[in-house]
Design a binder for this molecule. Sequence first.
Ligand SMILES: NC(=O)c1ccc[n+]([C@@H]2O[C@H](COP(=O)([O-])OP(=O)(O)OC[C@H]3O[C@@H](n4cnc5c(N)ncnc54)[C@H](O)[C@@H]3O)[C@@H](O)[C@H]2O)c1
Ligand SMILES: O=P(O)(O)OC[C@@H](O)[C@@H](O)[C@H](O)[C@H](O)CO
Length: 387
Amino acid sequence: MRAVHFGAGNIGRGFIGALLSHSGYHVCFVDVRAPLVKALKERGSYSVRLLGERTERMDVSGVTALDSRTEPERVREAVAAADIVTTAVGPTVLKKVAPLIAEGLRLRLRRNEVPLNVIACENMLGGSTMLKKEIAAHLSQEERESLEHRIGFPDAAVDRIVPVQTGTDPLEVTVEPFYEWMVDRKGVRGEIPPIEGITYVEELTPYIERKLYTVNTGHAVCAYTGRLLGHETIRDAMRDTRVEKIVTGALEETGVLLVAKHSFSEEGHRDYITRIMERFSNPRLTDPVARVGRSAIRKLRPTDRLVGPALQLTDHGLEPRYLAAGIAAALFFDDGNDPEAVELQQLLDRKGIAGTLQTIAGIPPNSSLTRLVSERYREWEGEKEKA
Ligand SMILES: NC(=O)c1ccc[n+]([C@@H]2O[C@H](COP(=O)([O-])OP(=O)(O)OC[C@H]3O[C@@H](n4cnc5c(N)ncnc54)[C@H](O)[C@@H]3O)[C@@H](O)[C@H]2O)c1
Ligand SMILES: O=P(O)(O)OC[C@@H](O)[C@@H](O)[C@H](O)[C@H](O)CO
C-alpha cells in the first residue's frame, strides 16, 4: 500500500507518517525543505521518541520523500498511484498544496477507477472539506463530477503534542505518547483505509470541536498568558498559578458550551480536561510558548479556538471572562519571527483593539465580547508594567 503525505514536519513524521508506516503503508513524504527531503530519501527511516514515564523509541521504516518544488512531476505520479493521501502542512498552506494534488488527482481519475481518500490532518474545522474546495477550483466541471464520486475528503481531528525539535538528528522526532486521530466515516469513498490508530466516527463535529475548543483553546490561552508573564515554555507557564487559573477558567467556559452543544457527560468532559492539563504539564516535554502561540491571526479567526467558543457563549448571554483574558493576551503576542504576529501588532497600531478584533475575528465593535476583551487588555497592560 502506498501513502503520500504532504508536510514532513513534526506531525507528519511524528504522528501521521509513523502510523501509516506501522499500518503497512510505504510512505512518501512531500515537502519544500530540501535538506529534510534529502535525508529522508537517503536514510529511508527515522525514529520517534515517546516521552512518557519511560522514554520509548519507535522505528519508522519504508519511507522516502519528494521535493514539491523540484520534483513536481514525480509528486503528481505518486498522488495518482496512491492508496491514501494525507497532509499536515498548516491550515494556511492547504491552498498552496492544492494545485499539485489536483494535478495528481486528474491523472488518477483518468487512469484508475479505484476510489482514493485525501485526509487533511490540520488543526481546524473542516480541513479536508476546505482542501477539496481548493483542489476542485483547479479541475474542469467533468473532473469535479468524477472527483465527487471517486475521491473522498473525510474531515479529521488529530491530537498529539509534538514540540519544536531540538535534537541533533534532523529526522528524529520527540513526541508525547498520547495520540488521537478521528476521521469522519461518512466522508470516506470506497473501502475504509486500514490505518491502525484511526477511530472512524459517524459524526465528527463533536470530536473536532471538543479537541479544538479544549486542547487548542487551553494551549493557546496558556501560551499567550504565559508569554505575557515571562514564561518560555508551556510547562513553565502551567506552573504559574496565575496562568493555570486562567487556563482552567477558559476550559470550564468551553466545557459549558461543549457539554450543552454535543451532550458530552459533565463527568466525562471533566476527565477529558484533567488529562489535557496533565499533558500540558508533562515535565519531559519542552514546548516553547512561541510554537504554541504561532500564527496569532489564524488563532483569532471567528471559528478558531479562542473567538469561536467565546462568540458562541456570548450569543447565549454568557460572559466568557477567561476566554476574553486569553484573547486579550493574544493581542500582546509580538514575536518578530512570526509574520502574523508582526501583522497583528501593525493592525493594533492602526486600528486599536476594537478595530483589530473586528477585522481579524469578526467581533462587532459594540459587542459585549469587545468590551470584555478591552477590559482584560487594560488589566494585562497593568500586569506587564508591574513585571
Ligand atoms: N505539532 C503539534 O503538536 C500538532 C498537533 C496536531 C496538529 N498539528 C497540526 O499539524 C499541522 C502541521 O503542524 P506541525 O507542527 O507538524 O508543523 P511543522 O512546521 O513542523 O510541519 C509543517 C511541514 O509542512 C512543510 N510545508 C510547508 N509548505 C509546504 C508545501 N507547500 N508543500 C509541502 N510541504 C510544505 C514544512 O516545510 C514543514 O516540514 C498544522 O496544521 C498543525 O496545526 C500540529
Ligand atoms: O498547531 P497550531 O498552531 O494550530 O496550535 C499549536 C498547538 O496548540 C498544537 O500544535 C497542539 O500541540 C496540538 O494540536 C496538540 O494536538
